[in-house]
Design a protein around this ligand. Sequence first.
Ligand code: BGC
Length: 410
Amino acid sequence: MSEGRFPNGFLWGTASAAHQVEGDNRNCDWWEFEQEAGRIAHGDRSGIACDHYHRYHEDFAMLRELNQNAHRLSIEWSRIEPAEGEFDSRQVRHYRDVIADLREQGMTPMVTLHHFTSPLWFVRKGGWAAPDSSRAFLRFVNHAVDQLGDLVELWCTIIEPGIYAGQGWLTGEFPPGRRGDLRGVYQVTSNMHRAHELAYAAIKRRSPDAQVGLSHHKFLMLPASNHRRDRMAAATAQAFLDRWPVAPGSWKRIVEASSDFVGIAHYWAQLCAFDPRLPRQQFIRRTNPSGLPVTDMGWSSDPKWMRTVLDELRLLGKPIYVTENGLASNDDTWRERYIVDVLNEVRLAIDDGVDVRGYFHWTNMDNFEWARGYGARFGLIAVDRKTLERTVKPSAGVYARIAAANSLPT
Ligand code: BGC
């Protein structure tokens, strides 16, 4: 491959999530959570979000003009199955229109079935902590794949189970807002693990040619020093994050059994040091590495970590999609530099032998950033919160040029 070029057919896209962009998504746990005072920064609520539910055609047209050939979006379970076992054909029709529109505009859809939001009827029955949650999810998956499967070749079952469980049951930043509930984390991840396996088998039964995977949030844990105890601290923290806690084997074995590809969301890394004064944090002190820029999420950012993350996956022998990567900042010149630098790392990983098939930047437009509200802006396109007018940022142009050339600038 000539220098700087990406493999033929490489997918260049952005990723989004229904609740963060669609607007008026009332029948899910997140909507309810946002109504409680103090949950979301600055008292924000998702509200109309980006009104993407109605503006999807224009939004996709902008992405097409920016030379993107793929987009990862999620379909909203609570719209499609508003009451237990009752499916709304109007909403199914809507998502058929959305996905068909993407395709007509020349973009490959990657469809996510669960991106952090769940229907209210499901959470009333215990949500993802309930033993039969995977079965309930499966019914939705079956319906979604029956109704939409002819339009979709790439499915992402569940987004970042570790983040979902950690934020909902440990830090309380996500619904149901529980804190320090390790048992809950264990239940949720094990149910999501089961749900992924069931969904994988169900989709493959219906669409044997479809490629099915999930997205794993790869938060890199680096040793704070070369001391053995710090290396152990980092390895322990990483193992906790990368395993399904209930898995009999490692993540590798699970991936082998029930994924056609591995989706990786990567944003940041922290240093880990052993600290005997922190029993409640498993004796691990986590800090941001000094000397690196920190995004508006408080995450330190270094494009070089991407190669480390991807190289580790080589042994899995599976195709890899970067399902999310980006940074929250109002400094778009930083984003411009970051995109070039991080894609250079993706290139290097490909040269190292990692089978990376596509990159989905997080995200196409500034949107409802969960507990951070509208203050944290990851988008390539700005959205005026009063008028909802979209304005392409210069970083989108940088990404567009790379996508068009299927190559980095020389
Ligand atoms: C989530 C996105 C979120 C992003 C930035 C990812 O873990 O999938 O929904 O907006 O992180 O916080």
